[in-house]
Design a binder for this molecule. Structure first.
Ligand SMILES: Nc1nc2c(ncn2[C@@H]2O[C@H](COP(=O)(O)OP(=O)(O)OP(=O)(O)O)[C@@H](O)[C@H]2O)c(=O)[nH]1
Length: 346
């Protein structure tokens, strides 16, 4: 009898298989944003690399070597590739490494990163939040190391140490075409061992394969010039002895960096910024303001309870101060009275 039961298969389409497409469509409508911080000495190739990465000519003026302090320049661009919109914010150091006294050269960088976290926190705490809020938190810091072929400078170590818990650092050897192949590998090893021995945390790639980690710091070359190689036009730098092709993986790590940064890890960089670095800032800031999740008895306390407790504390403090003032006033009146009486007697 059982064999006679007809089994119907479902038509198989409920609709939730399309959920990822909804996300894709929404993201395409909203567009994407990416905030990059470029830290490096004046003229080290920051603008050229950004232009090479995004294959555009982002307008910018050259900086001089004579600024008394380090500053930051914020530039925002609206880019488009196919039908994907990208709002790119590039923050560049100005005058970095140019002062004789380099003490505190990193402070403007720290202040800028913190200011963006603070702005985000203030927006989060607002009663009426704006859904059009432009997130300006830095998602990645490209740290440009001078191609000395020797070692990191103390300013590099100091700055990276100060900002490694605030931002995802990706170290780059700038103008890597000026270092020979042998020297470059030794230089890379030296930099990595110095970073490790100084306890500097750089960005950890999520799909960490050995080859990529072994490539760090990326040795990059920037150029927006088109050079003829054989019958093709490629982006590169033309030297008396040959052509360096920026997008040739045997010549430099530019393609590796671009793939890592834009194709595979942009979302992870943003996620890390939100869940690790911003969380760290938010935690310490709210704790400083006296907020806590658990009371002295280790029981959870609500935001409202803390607010009430703070209000009572403030009220008590005000009353105490008022009484203190009253007492002091009465004492002064008394002193004056006795002084008058004494004067009258005389
Ligand atoms: N050899 C070599 N030269 C480069 C490279 N990248 C940039 N340059 C050259 O270095 C000079 C300065 O480059 P920029 O990109 O303006 O440097 P910057 O760090 O943005 O400079 P400021 O914004 O003025 O601090 C230019 O003449 C570039 O052509 C590179 O990878 N290799």
């Amino acid at each position: 009898e059982k064999e006679n039961i007809r089994c119907l298969t479902t038509l198989g389409h409920f609709g939730f298989e399309c959920l990822p497409y909804q996300l894709v469509n929404r993201s395409m409508q909203h567009g994407f944003s990416f905030n990059v911080l470029c830290v490096g000495e004046t003229g080290i190739g920051k603008s050229t690399l950004i232009n090479t990465l995004f294959n555009t000519n982002l307008k910018d003026t050259k900086s001089s070597h004579f600024y008394p302090n380090v500053g930051l320049k914020v530039l925002t661009y609206d880019l488009q590739e196919s039908n994907v919109q990208l709002k790119l914010t590039v923050v560049k150091t100005v005058g970095y490494g140019d002062q004789i006294n380099k003490e505190g050269s990193y402070q403007p960088i720290i202040d800028y990163i913190d200011a963006q976290f603070e702005a985000y926190l203030q927006e989060e705490l607002k009663i009426k939040r704006s859904f059009k809020y432009q997130d300006t938190r830095i998602h990645v810091c490209l740290y440009f190391i001078s191609p000395t072929g020797h070692a990191l400078k103390s300013l590099d170590l100091l700055t990276m140490k100060r900002i490694d818990n605030k931002v995802n650092i990706i170290p780059l050897i700038a103008k890597a075409d000026t270092v020979s192949k042998n020297d470059l590998q030794k230089f890379k090893n030296k930099i990595m061992s110095e970073l490790i021995s100084n306890g500097i945390q750089i960005y950890q790639f999520p799909n960490d394969d050995e080859t990529t980690t072994g490539m760090l710091p990326f040795a990059v070359v920037g150029s927006t010039d088109e050079v003829k190689v054989g019958k093709r036009m490629v982006r590169g730098r033309h030297y008396p002895w040959g052509v360096l092709q920026v997008e040739n993986e045997n010549h430099c790590d530019f393609v590796k960096l671009r793939d890592m940064l834009l194709c595979t890890n942009m979302e992870d960089l943003k996620e890390e910024t939100h869940v690790r670095h911003y969380e760290c800032y938010r935690y310490s800031k709210l704790q400083k303001m006296g907020f806590t999740d658990v009371g002295p008895d280790n029981q959870p306390v609500s935001f409202q309870e803390i607010y009430e407790a703070k209000r009572l504390e403030f009220h008590d403090q005000c009353q105490k101060e008022e009484e203190e003032l009253k007492k002091r006033f009465m004492q002064q009146v008394k002193d004056r009275e006795t002084a008058f009486k004494d004067a009258e007697k005389e």
